[in-house]
Structures are given as structure tokens and as C-alpha cells.
Design a protein around this ligand. Sequence first.
Ligand code: C5P
Length: 224
Amino acid sequence: MNIPVVTIDGPSGAGKGTVARNIAFELDFHLLDSGAIYRILGLAAMEQGIAFDDIDGLVALANSLELSFPYDQEHTAIILDGVPLGQKLRNQTVADAASQVAINPSVRKALMDLQRCQARAPGLVGDGRDLGTIVFPDADLKIFLNASVEVRAERRYLELNESGQIVERSVILRDLEIRDIRDRTREVAPLVPADGAHVIDSSEKTVAEVVTEVRELCEAKCLT
Ligand code: C5P
């Protein structure tokens, strides 16, 4: 059976997660937050004292993850082994750990099945870095959502502030620049628009405007 898949890739802070959740909600599709998978692996490695260059340790950890992403229009929950993780994944330390474990090809391979098996009827909307290029190369609709690094840093600042985390704007900007370079230049699955992806720059757009644009692309593909 052919399961329809929509992929939304792009750099951190471009608004992928919010747009993906809204589109999944409108289509009544499942949702995959692939960044959360890398964040969980980074966090679990730190908690269990597994070094980021201990490939066997990371792969064993990756193979043991049992995840799901129930959501409503406002929030995405991340359930690991039946337990909701809450805000534990949303901080700079975990984001940095995620992008370090994500460099390794064996780790990425180990996480591939976990991502692919989220494609269940009636369909899937996923966001990440390589969903359109590597994980779901045959996706029905591929979006590459971008925004200037300054706009992304401001959004991340407001988001962290809202959740009570006080981090200076300059620190967030520097962190995003470091992660962008790491994500864009790594050898395996670098962050690039997939062939045939629709590139949308959200710097000057509201979430609602981007959602409308993506919805129209879904309609054009008869996914609604
Ligand atoms: O999207 P998010 O900021 O939660 O992702 C955290 C990190 O996980 C990214 O900086 C990236 O290094 C990694 N990642 C990845 N491939 C994905 C999703 C996330 O390498 N599909």
C-alpha cells in the first residue's frame, strides 16, 4: 500500500515543527519529529555516560528506542518507552549533543527504520534535515523551509524565554551558526534541499502564511 508522505526539511528555527504539526492536523496524518529522535539519543548518551564517538554504544542505544509522537494542533508530545518527555529535550545542550551524534553514518543508519516505520496509514508529515533526501526519497511532497539565521535566532530566543530559559541572543545566534555549519557540511545526509523540493523562505512570513502555502501544495498533489 502506498502511504502518502510529506517531508519538511530545513535548518533549526525555520518553523518546520509548527508547520509540520499544523499540516498533519489538517490532513489527519501521523507526525514525525525526527530532530527529537536525535535529541533523545544525544540526551540518553549524556545521561548514560556514552561518549559521542562510542559508535557501538550509540548504535545499541539507537536500536533500543521505542518512540511515538501524539499531537494536537498546539503541541507535539514525545513518548519514549510509554513515558512523555516534556520539555527535557528543548535546550541548547541537548540540541548540541543531537547534532554531534547525528554526524555518524552508523548512528543515522540505525535510526532510519525507526523513522520509516512512522509512515502508517492514512499518511505521514515529517520534519527534519534529510527526510526528503534520504529517509523518504519517494515522498509525495517535499518542502525545504528556510529563514535567515538572525530571524531563526530571534524565534529560538522567544521560544526559550517562554519556557523560562534565559539565554542571551548572541549565544543562541552563535549556537545556530555552529549547528548550521555542522549540519550542512557533514559527509552523510547533509542539510540540502531534496531534488524537486519546494523551497520556502519563512523570514518574512507568519506561520499561518507558510501553512497556507504548504496546504495549497498538498491540494495540488491531491493529498487533502
Ligand atoms: O530539528 P532539531 O533542532 O530538533 O534537530 C536537532 C539536531 O538533530 C540537528 O541540529 C541535526 O544535527 C540533527 N538532525 C539530523 N537529521 C534530522 C533531524 C535532526 O541530523 N532528520
